[in-house]
Design a binder for this molecule. Structure first.
Ligand SMILES: [Zn+2]
Length: 156
């Protein structure tokens, strides 16, 4: 009887493990998709920066570029935040020295021996990034308008 109880307990734990693993995979897949979105945005901003520099090559003006630089910075920060979320799900942290993934409970990196502190939860920073991203979205339209006006001026 005891054996069967233990047996069914093991089965229950196993299926719980499987369910957790599936949830983990789904979360990591979703975060990986968000990272790809940020990387696509960065490519878009790079293109816009390139076009802006080209179209304003006669002037020594860099206003409008600053906005794009900030958007790229925010996208890179968001990618770092998403990566840290993935690490949290996987139960690992990053060695600052060699960028190896180290088990979350480890005090030292198994690869290079550097002391690895607890990873700072990215929640507070994330809020700031999201604020910046939202604020920049408005500016983005303003920048596009400036660019359009500049183009129109060039044409006429
Ligand atoms: Zn290391």
């Amino acid at each position: 009887m005891d054996f069967f109880n233990k047996f069914s307990e093991t089965i229950t734990n196993k299926s719980k493990d499987v369910a957790n693993k599936a949830k983990e995979i789904a979360e990591v897949t979703s975060l990986t998709g968000k990272i790809a979105t940020q990387e696509n945005l960065i490519e878009k901003y790079y293109k816009e920066i390139g076009r802006f520099v080209y179209e304003h090559r006669e002037e020594a003006c860099d206003n409008g570029l600053e906005e794009r630089f900030k958007l790229v910075d925010a996208a890179y920060e968001e990618i770092e935040r998403l990566k840290s979320e993935i690490r949290k799900i996987k139960g690992v942290k990053l060695c600052e020295s060699c960028k190896a993934e180290v088990p979350a409970e480890a005090a030292f990196c198994h690869k290079c021996g550097t002391a690895v502190p607890e990873e700072v939860p990215a929640e507070v920073e994330a809020e700031a990034v999201r604020d910046v991203t939202e604020a920049e979205t408005v500016d983005e339209e303003a920048v596009e308008q400036v660019v359009e006006e500049a183009v129109e001026e060039t044409v006429s």
